[in-house]
Design a protein around this ligand. Sequence first.
Ligand SMILES: CC(C)(COP(=O)(O)OP(=O)(O)OC[C@H]1O[C@@H](n2cnc3c(N)ncnc32)[C@H](O)[C@@H]1OP(=O)(O)O)[C@@H](O)C(=O)NCCC(=O)NCCS
Length: 214
Amino acid sequence: MKINQNTVLQGQRVTLVPYTSAHVPRYHEWMRSEELQRLTASEPLSLEQEYEMQRSWRDDADILFSPECTFIVLDTARWAGQERADEDCMVGDVNLFLTDAEDPTLGEIEIMIAEPSYRGRGFGKEATLMMMSYGVRNLGITKFEAKIGQENETSICMFKKLHFKEVGVNSVFQEVTLRLDVGDQERQWLLEQTNHVEEKSYVEPKLPAGTLET
Ligand SMILES: CC(C)(COP(=O)(O)OP(=O)(O)OC[C@H]1O[C@@H](n2cnc3c(N)ncnc32)[C@H](O)[C@@H]1OP(=O)(O)O)[C@@H](O)C(=O)NCCC(=O)NCCS
């Protein structure tokens, strides 16, 4: 069972909820976009494969390749206090991977604001800060890395704004690695940036009638 399986983090613009099977159809729809496949270096999956990925994440099938933590990013204004289904409020996702078996304090972070109309409005930045703060407080992470396509200026700019520094370039994969070491000062800053976030318990949405739970 994942540590964030029952966790909701409610911020000003975004609310983070754990990835469940109810989120898969919309997620799958997003990932049919060639632009998103390119920007996130992802291969298209069938709907069944996408359900399989969600299950393997939930069941911890492969600790190194499945994210330690996956949250779906919802629009707080649409979601909070309303009876809307999560699926109507989804705008992206954010993941934290433990990529170094010998160093569980290193977290690799991935963020996607999939809905184009939500980009450039502070959603990516808030979701990333919330995930980082969660990783520091709950998983003992003390350094973060992000691997980003060299052409993805928006994402590189965002991580630099969050004090990440470029530490390497992989010319084969055409990606840069950005890194942030979280010392006392960075930890303090991170906690200040996220002190408005409320942590709540997640109630898994009911699946639409006729959908089989797997
Ligand atoms: C990259 C991404 C996560 C950024 O999230 P966002 O919500 O669009 O960005 P925000 O509005 O939070 O902006 C955060 C910072 O990013 C930078 N930024 C945002 N939009 C930008 C743009 N169009 N051009 C350059 N920099 C930009 C700015 O530095 C901004 O900080 P500021 O507003 O304080 O100046 C989002 O655009 C996205 O998911 N895009 C598609 C998929 C993708 O590229 N994922 C990342 C794969 S590594």
